[in-house]
Design a binder for this molecule. Structure first.
Ligand code: ADP
Length: 160
């Protein structure tokens, strides 16, 4: 059986912290689906199409990595995709408490799906999508927090 992990998140935008988690998890799985949780009612910063494009470029179309969107429950999406693992990153004790509640609930909803956590590397602990959005909103340079892709500056200029 293939080991498929779903890495769910808002990824608004996808940062070097997210990228690092995926890269470190790659040896553990046959496939990682980076799944952008889509909530039509929720305000977004970068349009979903941009986020998808950005993530694909960040991984140079690596065949082990897929980028998709989903709405609804993560466990339902995992089932649809034949994934038995949910991948998440942990930065702080606050992340732990939040993730613990979600993972334990997901386990109740579907006991076949395991949540797997990777601790962030020290240099990525302070990188958050919220901070990156604030920097961009206020005209600062957020490039150092974003994956290295060719047209990264052009991409940032296209934000909504
Ligand atoms: P969500 O809105 O679901 O929290 P995010 O896009 O903020 O989605 O994060 C997705 C996942 O990536 C979460 O598990 C989060 O803890 C993890 N993550 C975010 N930033 C980092 C980082 N700098 N280092 C490691 N993990 C991170």
């Amino acid at each position: 059986m293939k080991r498929i992990a779903v890495f769910p998140g808002s990824f608004d935008p996808f940062t070097i912290g997210h990228q690092s988690i995926v890269e470190r998890a790659l040896p553990m799985f046959d496939k990682i689906i980076i799944a952008i949780g889509y909530n039509s009612g929720k305000k977004q910063f970068f349009p979903i199409e941009k986020r998808i494009e950005w993530i694909k470029k960040a991984f140079n179309n690596n065949p082990k990595i897929e980028v998709d969107t989903f709405d609804g429950l993560t466990v339902t999406y995992c089932k649809e995709r034949g994934a038995n693992f949910i991948l998440r990153g942990l930065r702080t004790a606050a992340d732990f408490e939040y993730e613990r509640a979600i993972a334990q609930t997901n386990k109740k909803l579907d006991h076949e799906i395991e949540s797997v956590f990777l601790l962030t590397t020290p240099e990525h602990t302070m990188v958050t999508s919220t901070i990156v959005r604030d920097i961009i909103r206020h005209g600062g340079n957020a490039l150092q927090f974003l994956p290295d892709i060719d047209d990264k500056e052009a991409y940032l200029r296209q934000e909504d």
